[in-house]
Design a protein around this ligand. Structure first.
Ligand SMILES: Nc1ncnc2c1ncn2[C@@H]1O[C@H](COP(=O)(O)OP(=O)(O)OP(=O)(O)O)[C@@H](O)[C@H]1O
Ligand SMILES: [Mg+2]
Length: 247
């Protein structure tokens, strides 16, 4: 089982949109996939038409494997299950900071799902916190959407510094450009510069800014399903194909 965390400390960069579309494509290509919504906002659960996991508290998520397994729901798609979030997930950090082994708690919690899934995709909240540290330690890959603009670039640098300072494996980080508008010079310049600086961790495929992706909230489904013939869905398919060669 591989664990892929879709993560950025920056909010609104496309973590949830990417988690939902990639989870759908991974499942479509025959992998057994669990999309784990770690964000109390519950956006990826919402995209898959699922209600919040009522009986799963921050405590039981990390300590009661039966409850965690029971909270997993099937989706409308073959091979794709979802662990929906709820508002108790906002207390993950407080809970983890009280544990002696908070860093390894997520890895331990996910042990119970190991036999059932090929890929666990974590849709992470926009924080750099105890939960993130637990994510970094358990994930095989940390997939980072980067909008090619100044603040998003800065966040990527902060993440790389964080990995260096905490002696984490930088080779886990894979980044891709998100919400790209090729008509913007700033986007093109930033993509070229960062592409040269971080050739090792930047994927070649980018995700364009697309109204089809924005409409996922209206349709409550992945764009790779309801808009599969559009360029946006094709870019997600290319992203998944490229990712598959790296993981
Ligand atoms: N490629 C895209 N083109 C256009 N809109 C997009 C694209 N990707 C995401 N969006 C829209 O941008 C908003 C933020 O996207 P999303 O929720 O995926 O970001 P996020 O990083 O998960 O945010 P948060 O940090 O709040 O969890 C949403 O309204 C989404 O529909
Ligand atoms: Mg999100």
């Amino acid at each position: 089982m591989k664990i892929i965390a879709c993560y950025s400390n920056k909010g609104g960069v496309g973590k949830t949109a990417s988690s939902a579309n990639l989870a759908h494509l991974m499942a479509q290509s025959g992998h057994k996939v669990l999309l784990c919504d770690l964000d109390p906002q519950g956006a990826s659960s919402f995209y898959f038409r699922l209600k919040p996991a009522k009986k799963l508290s921050e405590d039981s998520f990390f300590t009661d494997q039966d409850k965690l397994l029971k909270a997993i729901k099937g989706s409308d798609y073959e091979n794709l299950d979802v662990l929906p979030a709820n508002m108790d997930f906002r207390d993950f950090d407080i809970f983890l900071s009280r544990l002696a082994k908070g860093h390894s708690a997520l890895k331990k919690a996910l042990k119970g799902v190991k036999k059932d899934y090929d890929i666990v995709l974590l849709d992470c909240p926009p924080t750099i916190s105890m939960l993130s540290e637990s994510v970094f330690s358990c994930a095989n890959w940390v997939l980072v959407p980067v909008i090619p603009s100044t603040l998003s670039e800065r966040t990527l640098e902060q993440l790389l510094d964080f990995f260096t300072q905490h002696k984490l494996e930088k080779s886990k980080i894979l980044a891709f450009f998100s919400m790209v508008q090729v008509s913007k010079k700033l986007h093109l310049d930033t993509m070229q510069r960062l592409g040269e600086q971080h050739a090792d961790l930047l994927l070649n495929t980018y995700i364009p800014f697309s109204s089809h992706i924005e409409r996922m909230g209206v349709n409550r489904a992945p764009a790779t399903d309801f808009a599969k013939a559009t360029p946006a869905a094709q870019h997600y398919l290319d992203l998944w194909r490229e990712l598959a060669t790296r993981i």
